[in-house]
Write a protein that binds this ligand. Structure first.
Ligand SMILES: NC(=O)c1ccc[n+]([C@@H]2O[C@H](COP(=O)([O-])OP(=O)(O)OC[C@H]3O[C@@H](n4cnc5c(N)ncnc54)[C@H](O)[C@@H]3O)[C@@H](O)[C@H]2O)c1
Length: 392
């Protein structure tokens, strides 16, 4: 009989909600979400009430009641919260971005767009290492909550790739939409960067995961990222930008557009795009060009449903898809958006990994490679696209 895994969530908003739903779909491993903590008593108590869990005033109090701490707070808190939980002997689940650089402590005038990016890269890697070292010392699991790894479209491609013995020559992927809802997004000292860290991380990690899987299947060792060349832009802050009112525009010191070109150990390549400039709902996809097949992984939208709605207000209580601007006309309502995004599969793997004491599919090494590419990408963007080595 497996012992019930008790989970505590830090954060009580968007990510906390879909994490809770994910844990509640886990089968075969007994799991209980025991409680939540967040910055304000009001928000954690409301979350607790709505979801039938307990509210805890501090991380320490939550730690005393659980086996796993799930970090759904803004990026600038990830390392502090995760290390504190690991030091108390808890497994950790950490949302994206795993960690990063959020400015020198206490500096009021820190601006991410002008701060030296080599320092950021060095500090972000040190932050990764501190989390992984704390996990090693505590002998606890680090689960990197990158749902793209678990999206059914990406996992099906992994099966095709590994069973057919394919070699990926080129990947191209994108996560974009019209702007995050989170007040922390768009401010470097809270978010650790802009579109690259906030959205580009998703297709990037899926690409890194597939190249790792290819190498492991063929040669017993992962193929890892070697270099990155990136450009970032602030399109909504251009003097020439004409705001028609549909895009979020209040970004402080971060980019709202990025393209990153990655080379791998074996010389093959990936191109990752991400922006806050895309209307019509989230635009999440990854295309794989292999030597023996080609796959387009559509995460969102997908066309399992095609619905025509002649009048907007008829769908006022109908959820269609994430960040869709209008429900009028033709749309593709998601039959189960959490599933197509890979959320239930992610928590299934994390809980099985913890129960069976094995590494999750999205673990610390993949998280560290992701952070290395993201911040080496910022070094490259600072040099207007020059090729930069990804630290190992
Ligand atoms: N994988 C995905 O698709 C996805 C989607 C959205 C967000 N995220 C990630 O999830 C994390 C949270 O994002 P969100 O959209 O829920 O943000 P949010 O702004 O909606 O909520 C942040 C929560 O953190 C809490 N918080 C802030 N400071 C805290 C502190 N000191 N101690 C405890 N709690 C604190 C706030 O009270 C709030 O409940 C971020 O890392 C974000 O990047 C991932």
């Amino acid at each position: 009989m497996l012992r019930t895994i008790r989970v505590g969530i830090v954060g009580a908003r968007f990510a906390a909600r879909f994490h809770l739903n994910g844990y509640r779909r886990v089968y075969g491993v007994p799991v209980e979400v025991v409680g939540v903590t967040s910055r304000s008593a009001e928000s954690r108590e409301a979350f607790a009430r709505e979801n039938g869990v307990n509210a805890y005033p501090t991380l320490e109090a939550l730690c005393d009641a659980v086996d796993v701490i799930d970090v759904c707070a803004p990026g600038y808190l990830h390392e502090t919260l995760a290390v504190a939980a690991l030091e108390r002997g808890k497994h950790v689940v950490i949302e994206k971005p795993f960690t990063g650089y959020y400015g020198p402590g206490g500096s009021e005038d820190f601006r991410g767009d002008t701060f030296p990016k080599e320092t950021m890269l060095r500090e972000a890697m040190a932050s990764c290492n501190r989390i992984l070292e704390a996990a090693r010392s505590a002998r606890k699991q680090v689960c990197y909550a990158e749902n793209w790894v678990y999206a059914p479209a990406v996992q099906k491609e992994r099966e095709i790739l590994t069973k057919s013995g394919g070699q990926i020559l080129w990947l191209i992927g994108d996560e974009s939409h019209s702007g995050s809802h989170s007040p922390y997004y768009g401010i470097w000292k809270f978010a650790g960067g802009g579109s690259l860290v906030g959205k580009g991380c998703h297709p990037l990690t899926a690409a890194l995961h597939l190249k790792r899987a290819e190498g492991e299947a063929r040669d017993g060792k992962p193929i890892r990222p070697a270099t990155v060349s990136a450009r970032t832009h602030e399109i909504t802050r251009l003097a020439t930008f004409r705001d028609a009112g549909f895009l979020r525009t209040d970004y402080g010191d971060v980019e709202d557009y990025v393209q990153a070109h990655i080379t791998f150990d074996d010389g093959t390549v990936a191109d990752i795009f991400s922006s806050e400039l895309v209307l019509g709902g989230v635009h999440n996809w990854l295309e794989v060009f292999a030597n023996n097949h080609r796959t387009r992984c559509n995460l969102n939208p997908i066309n399992a449903l095609e619905t025509y709605n002649p009048r907007e207000e008829q769908f006022k209580d109908v959820y269609v898809t994430e960040k869709i601007g209008t429900k009028q006309g033709w749309s593709n309502p998601a039959p189960d958006e959490d599933w197509q995004h890979g959320y239930p599969q992610e928590f299934q793997d994390f809980m099985e990994a913890i129960a069976r004491d094995r590494q999750p599919l999205a673990g610390g090494e993949l998280a560290r490679d992701t952070v290395a590419v993201l911040y080496a990408g910022y070094v490259s963007a600072e040099r207007r696209g020059a090729e930069v080595e990804v630290p190992r």
